[in-house]
Design a binder for this molecule. Sequence first.
Ligand code: ATR
Length: 277
Amino acid sequence: MTAHSIPLAAVIGHPITHSKSPRLHGYWLRKYGIDGHYVPMDVAPDDLGVVIRAMPKMGFVGANVTIPHKEAVMPFVDQLSESARAIGAVNTLVFTTDGTILGDNTDGYGFVENLRQGAPDWQPVAGPAMVLGAGGAARAIVYALLQAGVPRVLVSNRTKTRAERLRADFGAQVEVVDWDEAAQAFENVSALVNTTSLGMFGKAPLEISLDALSPTTTVTDIVYNPLETDLLCQARAKGCQTVDGLGMLLHQAVPGFEAWFGTRPEVDAGLRDEVLR
Ligand code: ATR
């Protein structure tokens, strides 16, 4: 790519039609008057390596990677960031001018930034956090909570072995709680996070008692469809500060945009409106 060509970026997934990333990055490109483009790319798993190696030759400066490619893309990356290595997945690629492919994971960063912005009173060091679920999103969130200084992270998942895997990977600061006993453990946590798909439109509800939850606990959900899940609604009724999940999607996009287009973009109300449209 020549220095004067128009920078291109993409989101690579399979399928990709529902991705909000093109709208999100398109908003920033317009807002900052940048002459670049961000496109959705539907890439079949077998074609992933060929596509990624060709992209830098076509003017692409980077890409986001989404389901089902976040782990499969790792062998095609030349340098993994510390977070990508620890989480075991990549959501952001940067193609440098010398041909190196960098792989980063900004999901955990996005989660913590969203929590900081939405709940400025939340102090990571003040007490343990509790994470419901142990899938890919939970891995990024547990990593980011520990990085932020949370002393202990309680993880509860329907399939206990997946929670135990997180403890094995992230160490003894992670404590596994039986799924049947999750509600009792809410009592002393300073942040509660739902990373399961429960509560999403079209999925089963998250049926868990909030009786033990203290009003001082900050509660957040990675489900943003609906924006206010039943969990957030019930927690707010108890007096808890709540943070919806849309901001995680918005904030995880910041480092990629900055690396590709040279401007650190702001997460503002206009961006939220654009993505919700
Ligand atoms: P992601 O990568 O987006 O986190 P995932 O790996 O499919 O997605 O994880 C989904 C999470 O929702 C898991 O923690 C899953 O629990 P299991 O590991 O037991 O599958 C949780 N989940 C999904 N449906 C659930 C249900 N009906 N009851 C309890 N947990 C559920």
